[in-house]
Design a protein. Structure first.
Length: 722
């Protein structure tokens, strides 16, 4: 079987070797359309590469860690990142690379090229995969092309592509990837045309930008838009944006720059070009028998077709389809910069203002009816912020991933999460709270008489009282499923006394290591490109900090809702004799119950907990490097938190912000929720604790007192019940 096929050698019988995208290009080339010179690296090259290097076994191991449908978005990110790192480290065997290099040299020499995906599943009927696999532009030289072919292969296992395959019930293990290497056409303008508007079948739609199409595809450049009559091509309407930017070829691929002033008031296409693009789409539709989504560019009066696919609808229209939200998490750098400013400068201050306003209200003076209305209002406020958390706060976490991918591509580290050490030692609210608790605990530990009085609830020391009041003001109103609310002064004192009597883990100071990694990373950039690298690192650190802090902020909103509910419950308990109380609004209780709904009672690995089979080794996600062994302390409710002893393994459904204070006591962490970016994993890394997340039924399979080994390198939890 050939590893390389030219467009003129592709036919229906070898379509599975090249994928639908390459097959479409070959048909358009045969039928006289202007298609840039291209060759296709067949799926056989991918299969030989993954088999010879052992990558296929690594991929299968990652996919078998947990039932795919039970993975959270954080776990999908992590799985894709680890697989990608395997590809970065695997060398293409000489017998494969030599054959590929000969064809690449003969076809392109030093010409710049685009390297694009063409998976057999891609662009099939009902399966778009649009934007889910990697494409690279302006790549020059055989070695660089081979490197980017490998990155396109790796993108077969991107988190978004994995999710899409799962939703379409495709067998991910049977997936493969062909790659198109296509001469780079640096057009004066580029765009796409939808031969049929998905929202109005009587229309066709053209979108166009100056420069490279990638700016339109990734959303960094807003396009001009024309709505056409699908039958005649007559222009029905047009939209002209404020034209500011252009994506142009650069030494590093493509660079977003200011649009020349002479082009700002001129659309990329005139009416003649609009008709030409429309006729291109109609010709493609006639060739393939259905409306097409065609990508094109214009250079020196010639209209080139870059790719064509049948128009498919990514969304299936079902209300419970989570793919649109998941795919919205993938943001461009420019979008993330704007989002970061919006979150820090507008959303967080507004959220804290809402929480403070509710905290200042004296609920005791409200009538029962007014209190009932107040709870409904607070529930509405909480729901608004929960939705904002999903639409704005969670997508900001993609800044971590953008930086991590750039770092891994440049530095090629052996550990896929080395870049996280550059984000450590970031100031976070939960760590600030732990420092306050530690300070109070140290004062109690240094004075036995003071500790004895404290145990009785006696506080003579003004400094300690001030620290306690300050702590309660900053962190005493955070709601969680485990502790409900931390505003009880006595529970804080109990925690301080517990911390005072046991050794605590110190937050790891990795400033020196971080500085070395940072210097090594920046050394790979020329002065003119270093600014972007610095800005991306700053964005990643902001994303990392807010990934933890946002839980604190949201917990304050929920805490004020909980406070109002508790006021009504207290009144109802007093009025139980005359039955004069009011019911708590159902929508308010629903908000506080949602966290509990995250818990699972079935073993997600497929092993029934009730079957009597006792697991000895459980596979999860490696989320904090290191290995530790100790007695397990399983957390089911708040009372379990205060029972944790120094050196025990903390096992829980999920560590939420109100639980962070116990982390320094533990020797390792095991969680059911999974991912490097969940609260527990972030805090574990700050304290240098081994952490495994995404462990199915962790709190059922592990029992308090079991001896547990936590391997945060491999993501394994070994249970010794003997």
């Amino acid at each position: 079987m050939p590893l390389i096929l030219s467009l003129d050698t592709i036919s229906e019988h070898n379509r599975d070797l090249v994928g639908n995208k390459a097959f479409a290009l070959s048909r358009m080339d045969v039928h006289g359309m202007h298609v840039p010179d291209a060759i296709c690296v067949s799926t056989q090259a991918y299969h030989r590469f993954t088999e010879v290097t052992g990558l296929r076994a690594h991929i299968l191991m990652e996919l078998k860690r947990k039932r795919f449908e039970d993975m959270r978005w954080e776990e999908l990110w992590d799985t894709a990142l680890r697989i990608r790192n395997h590809f970065l480290h695997a060398e293409i065997p000489r017998e494969i690379s030599a054959e590929m290099a000969d064809h690449l040299q003969a076809s392109f020499s030093e010409k710049p090229v685009c390297v694009r995906s063409s998976a057999p599943e891609e662009d099939a009927a009902g399966r778009s995969f649009a934007g889910l696999h990697e494409s690279f532009v302006n790549i020059t030289g055989v070695d660089s092309i081979l490197k980017h072919i490998k990155l396109v292969w790796a993108s077969l296992w991107s988190d978004a592509a994995l999710l899409y395959r799962q939703e379409l019930h495709l067998d991910a293990e049977q997936s493969s990837m062909a790659v198109i290497v296509q001469e780079m056409i640096s057009g004066e303008c580029s765009g796409v045309i939808f031969g049929s508007n998905p929202s109005n079948p009587s229309e066709a739609v053209i979108e166009s930008v100056y420069g490279l199409n990638q700016g339109l595809v990734d959303g960094t450049v807003e396009p001009d838009r024309w709505i056409l009559d699908r039958s005649t091509g007559t222009i029905r309407s047009r939209f002209s944006p404020e034209r500011k930017k252009i994506l142009a070829p650069s030494e590093s691929g493509a660079l977003l720059t200011a649009l020349p002033s002479k082009l700002k008031d001129m659309p990329p296409l005139d009416d003649k070009r609009v008709k030409e693009v429309f006729h291109l789409a109609k010709k493609a539709e006639g060739l393939f028998g259905m409306p097409q989504d065609v990508e094109w560019t214009i250079r020196e009066e010639t209209l080139y077709v870059l790719q064509s696919r049948a128009i498919t609808t990514l969304l299936n229209g079902q209300d419970d389809d989570t793919r649109p939200w998941y795919l919205s998490l993938r943001r461009s750098y420019e979008n993330l910069k704007e989002l970061s400013q919006r979150v820090e400068q507008k959303l967080i201050p507004s959220m804290l203002e809402n929480a403070e306003t509710m905290a200042e209200q004296d609920l005791s003076v409200l009538s029962d009816t007014a209190l009932h209305d107040e709870i409904r209002g607070r529930a509405e406020t909480a729901r608004k912020w929960i939705n904002t958390y999903r639409t704005d706060f969670i997508p900001l976490a993609h800044g971590i991933r953008l930086f991590g991918q750039m770092y891994n591509d440049i530095m090629n580290p052996s550990a896929p999460y080395e870049f996280m050490d550059l984000l450590a030692n970031t100031e976070m609210k939960s760590l600030d709270r732990n420092r306050m608790l530690r300070h109070m605990a140290e004062q109690a530990a240094s004075n036995p008489q003071f500790a004895a009085d404290l145990k009785k609830g006696i506080i003579h020391d003004k400094e300690f009282r001030a620290m306690l009041d300050d702590y309660l003001k900053k962190f005493g109103d955070i709601y969680s499923d485990i502790t409900h609310n931390t505003a009880d002064k006595q529970s804080i004192i109990q925690t301080v006394l517990g911390m005072a009597s046991q050794p605590l883990a110190e937050q790891k100071n990795r400033a020196h290591d971080s500085d070395q990694l940072e210097q090594g990373f920046f050394s790979h950039f020329t002065p003119d490109k270093r600014k972007f690298a610095e800005e991306l690192l700053t964005l990643a650190r902001t994303s990392y900090r807010l990934r933890d802090d946002d839980n604190i902020y949201l917990g304050k909103i929920k805490g004020q809702l909980f406070r109002a509910i508790e006021e009504m419950r207290a009144r109802n308990r007093k009025d139980v004799q005359n039955n004069s109380g009011q019911d708590v609004p159902a929508e308010a209780l629903e908000i506080l119950e949602e966290q509990k709904g995250l818990k699972k009672t079935e073993d997600q690995s497929g092993l029934s907990v009730a079957s009597g089979v006792q697991a000895r080794q459980i596979v999860g996600q490696p989320s904090g490097p290191g290995i530790s062994r100790g007695k397990a302390r399983v957390i089911h409710d708040a009372s379990d938190l205060h029972s944790l002893k120094a050196g025990e393994i903390l096992v829980c459904d999920a560590i939420d912000p109100s639980m962070t204070f116990v982390v320094p006591l533990s020797a390792g962490i095991v969680e059911r929720r999974g991912g490097m970016l969940i609260h527990g994993a972030i805090i574990a890394r700050e304290y240098g604790l081994p952490c495994v997340t995404g462990v199915p039924d962790a709190t059922q399979l592990i029992h308090t007192g079991d001896t547990v080994t936590v391997d945060g390198y491999l993501g394994l939890v070994i249970i010794d019940k003997g």
